[in-house]
Design a protein around this ligand. Structure first.
Ligand code: IPM
Ligand code: MN
Length: 370
């Protein structure tokens, strides 16, 4: 298969984790005789430094002319500490989501058996955890009218949702539940927010089209607690942009590290695949970032191209690496390897089904090359 893949490494650890995902994609291309053509683009802080814009037109054109996008991370502390900055790296990510109409962000949360001990949550609570979060991505408080009063003594952000925006993602969530454990949990704040009441009203209506799916409704404060005390109850979570942002970071604690969770953002134009973590500027350039979330995102990209066998191979390689007891420093308790080594091993694993890694030989202290 010939596919055009846009690659946006972005800021911080973005280029490092993207580098590892590309090793894996290239190994897949070799093994299955696919032709992946990569076009690189700037986004976020690096794009501001080069062009003044967090999402240059050139980048946007590249995205629109690709079959899929692999995205690293954006964000730079020099902007975080300057709340008056007019241009911010995040505008690149948010602008891309809006421009590509990426209304549905899918964040699967799967526990790796041998990493259970890494989670601060009691192992008994993690039994049966397997959920996927459907986060609305281009509406709500992220994109509603916002501003400051003229005298600069007040500021506002508005949460607006249209029925059509709720319906399109709700249908996708219910359809996905049909392929899984047949349960959708809508997370909202319908006891307080009018926009949440609109979600609840229309999700109730849509649920009637899916009689085989159980629909549950949960306030976000309770959901934040349930995510810790009874996470196995969730199958498909459906929620708005802001609540999905928060709940999905929380869910990563179950898995053991934010560096393990991938995501797919789908919509009206090219789809984007990106880790859920940020740019981790303190870790940039140190070869310590966990590339697994980005590699798994590349796996979702392959699924999206219709290459499901290839996607499964990528997921299998990640499991084999972690089961061998090898991981980046965020996975405490595993034999420590660097980001680039993790990429090398994953590349080798997708190329060779029989390869078994030996953590004792391959840890950081050893220079053995497989
Ligand atoms: C995410 C990130 C982004 C978001 C930031 C970087 C704008 O946290 O993808 O979850 O809030 O959506
Ligand atoms: Mn987030």
């Amino acid at each position: 298969m010939d596919s055009k893949i846009a690659v946006l490494p972005g800021d911080g650890i973005g280029p490092e984790v993207i580098g590892q995902a590309l090793k894996v994609l290239n190994a897949i291309a070799d093994r299955f005789n696919h032709q992946f053509t990569y076009s690189y683009g700037d986004v976020g802080g690096v794009a501001i430094d080069k062009t003044g814009s967090p999402l240059p037109d050139e980048t946007l054109n590249t995205l629109l002319n690709s079959d899929a996008v692999l995205f690293g991370a954006i964000g730079d502390p020099k902007y975080d500490n300057d709340p008056t900055a007019k241009v911010r790296p995040e505008q690149g990510l948010l602008g891309m989501r809006k421009a590509l109409g990426l209304f549905c962000n899918i964040r699967p949360v799967t526990i790796f058996e041998n990493l259970r001990h890494l989670s601060p949550i009691k192992e008994s609570y993690l039994k049966g955890v397997d959920m996927v979060i459907y986060r609305e991505l281009i509406g709500g408080i992220y994109f509603g009218p916002k501003g400051r009063s003229e005298d600069n003594t007040s500021a506002y952000d508005t949460c607006v949702y249209k029925v059509a925006e709720i319906e399109r993602i709700a249908h996708l969530a219910f359809q996905q539940a049909g392929n899984r454990r047949k349960k959708v949990t809508l997370i909202d704040k319908a006891n307080v927010l009018e926009s949440s009441r609109l979600w609840r009203e229309h999700v109730q209506i849509i649920s009637k089209d899916y009689p085989e799916i159980e629909t549950d409704y949960m306030f976000v404060d309770n959901a934040a607690m349930q995510m810790i005390i009874n996470p196995a109850q969730f199958d498909v979570i459906l929620t708005s942009n802001m609540f999905g942002d928060i709940i999905s970071d929380e869910s990563s604690v179950l898995v053991g590290s934010l560096g393990l969770l991938p995501s797919a953002s789908i919509g009206s134009a090219t789809s984007v695949f990106e880790p859920i973590h940020g740019s981790y500027p303190q870790g940039a350039g140190k070869d310590i970032a966990n590339p697994v979330a980005t590699v798994l995102s590349a796996g979702l990209l392959l699924d999206h191209l219709g290459l499901v066998e290839e996607g499964n191979l990528v997921r299998g390689a990640v499991s084999r690496l972690l089961e061998a007891g090898l991981g980046t420093p965020d996975l405490q308790g595993l034999t420590k390897i660097s980001c680039s080594k993790a990429g090398d091993y994953l590349e080798a694993l997708v190329s060779d089904d029989d390869l078994v890694l030996d953590a004792e030989k391959l840890g950081e202290s050893s220079s053995t090359i497989i």
